[in-house]
Design a binder for this molecule. Structure first.
Ligand code: PEP
Ligand code: MN
Length: 345
């Protein structure tokens, strides 16, 4: 990875670096971090002479060769001071960043979504979630509807909160980008769909769009999870939010096996913020508050929580998993207090 002396290389400087890289069959990719750009060397970068020639240019601070399966996501990378920003908020700075909203937006009842969005804003939620297209285990269950995208965009217009929408394929990705969705969610089923990860990273490169990458139920190790995120950054988008959401086999009584305890391991290895999803982890509204508090105690930067103004009227996971805005308000207060005290005696 190439780290420039200034915050960004000029076009002529990039051309100079590229000429050297090309001599070794490598190319250069600019990655726009919050404070500076870094430049990934694509190709077989194990070329000492190339490194020395690039490092010798007057405008280069240093060239790092990080021995890691995820060079850009690694805590030692030039992106280690990258801060993911959503709206006005810097994730992980002073309070748990809360993404809240229904599992699934009912396209036939826009008011239910809009009223939920306003109620959640009142509670202090920082971003709105809502499933437009849904990955359903049963092919005969409701699969989603592009009409729902208009509803969540309207909710953003009315509340000024950023919005989080899951995309499962290239077509949905393009529609979501066109609508300027603030957080592209990659669900647990696509967590290791490397072709999709590459497209998401590539098409959102250079923008402010964030990517919430869920941990696959089948993702075994923290390294595999971080390496999946590396695909996104290596295509040019470093605005990553890592989202543990429970794994298999499920703990008897829960929907999955809660995995918020992975957070310290992730934080040890990577600079990316961690946003835990307690809803899919435990799978029942009664247990969401305990799981949320535990996630913050483990060091999470935020939470992604299914919430609905009237869960019984919801579709998808909402009747079972969604918490009401009243519970959300109490949960946020508890999490804030854990946040403020978590590293104190
Ligand atoms: C969701 O967020 O509604 C969802 C389907 O999540 P996951 O991919 O974690 O199952
Ligand atoms: Mn859901």
């Amino acid at each position: 990875m190439i780290i420039p002396k200034g915050s960004k290389l000029t076009g002529e400087q990039i051309a100079q670096v590229e000429r050297i890289a090309n001599d070794f069959d490598c190319s250069i990719l600019e990655i726009q971090g919050r404070n500076r750009c870094v430049y990934a060397i694509l190709g077989d970068e194990d070329r000492e002479v190339m490194f020395k020639r690039i490092a010798g240019l007057s405008f280069i601070r240093r060239v790092d060769m990080i021995e890691s399966p995820y060079k850009l996501m690694d805590k030692r990378s030039g992106l280690s001071d990258h801060v993911v920003k959503l709206g006005m908020e810097e994730i992980g700075k002073s309070f748990p960043f809360i993404i809240g909203g229904p599992c699934t937006i009912d396209p036939d009842q826009p008011n239910l979504y809009l009223e939920t969005a306003h109620a959640l804003k009142e509670c202090g939620v920082n971003a709105l979630r809502g499933g437009v297209w849904k990955p359903r285990t049963n092919p005969y269950s409701y699969q989603g509807d592009s009409k729902a995208l208009e509803i969540i965009v309207q909710a953003r217009d009315e509340t000024s909160l950023p919005i989080d929408v899951e995309v499962m394929d290239l077509e949905q990705l393009k529609i979501a980008l066109e609508a300027k969705v603030d957080i592209l969610q990659i669900g647990t089923r696509n967590a290791l769909n490397y072709s999709l990860l590459k497209e998401v990273g590539r098409l959102s490169a250079g923008s402010d769009t964030s990517i919430l990458l869920k941990r696959g139920r089948h993702v075994a190790s923290p390294d595999e999870f971080i390496a999946a995120a590396e695909y996104l950054v290596a295509e040019g988008n470093p605005n990553i939010l890592l989202c543990p959401r429970g794994t298999t086999p499920a703990l008897d009584g829960y929907r999955n096996h809660p995995d918020e305890s992975i957070t310290p391991l992730l934080k040890n290895r990577t600079w990316a913020p961690v946003i835990v999803d307690p809803s899919h982890s435990v799978g029942h509204s009664d247990f969401v508050k305990a799981c949320s508090i535990s996630a913050i105690a483990y060091g999470a930067d935020g939470l992604c929580i299914e919430s609905h103004i009237e869960p019984s009227k919801g579709i998808g996971d909402d009747p079972k998993q969604a918490i009401t805005p009243t519970v959300m308000k109490d949960l946020i207060a508890c999490c804030q207090s854990v946040w403020e005290n978590r590293y104190k005696a």
